[in-house]
Design a protein around this ligand. Sequence first.
Ligand code: 5RP
Length: 220
Amino acid sequence: MISKQLAGEKAVEFIKADMTIGLGTGSTVYWTIHRLGKMVKNGLQIRAIPTSKQTESLAKELGIPMTSFSEVSQLDLTIDGADEIDTHFNLIKGGGGALLREKLVAAASKRFIIAADDSNLVHTLGKFPLPVEVVPFAWEVTAQRIASLNCKPVLRMNNKKPYITDNGNFILDCSFEKIENPLDLSEKLKLIPGVVETGLFIDMADLIIVGSKNDIRLIN
Ligand code: 5RP
């Protein structure tokens, strides 16, 4: 856990006054958001767009000023975590269920920084089941179509009921084992009716902050 804390806290060094910041979701950016809350208390002026209701309530609790896409169309920087990071900076995200808003916020950002620990670094994506957000209607058919791409989709559950995203959708966790061509897979998934978004973030990250037990590395 300490490694995620190190990476998450290091990320705030890239936040400067007057920036609009995208705040990711998960146990790594939890530390970023806490640090940022302290900086705001000490007078730093920024505004933030959260990538989930969970992040929004934490940021509000810490007094971080919020904005939205009705007020801004571009962010200076987004800081988020990742479930897997390959050697080409492709990511699997969505372990925390926030992949759709995370992708929208990252895509609107000039700079996208990932904070993670060394267990998230992989040679080839796919060991972590790929989260795919789908509309609830006909999800069973959508799952069959996704399965025909050579994976096992499993409907994410929460207290014996389907897990519902902040956007009112379901998530299928898809075990591919090895994703040799993430761009090709992403394109195929996006062509399936019912697929809203995938957890494949291709060539979006600008900088990876990797925490380990004793140190922090920056990869860019
Ligand atoms: C949430 C995400 C998270 O960034 C990802 O799951 C990593 O989380 P953590 O920082 O807890 O390891 O994509 O949808």
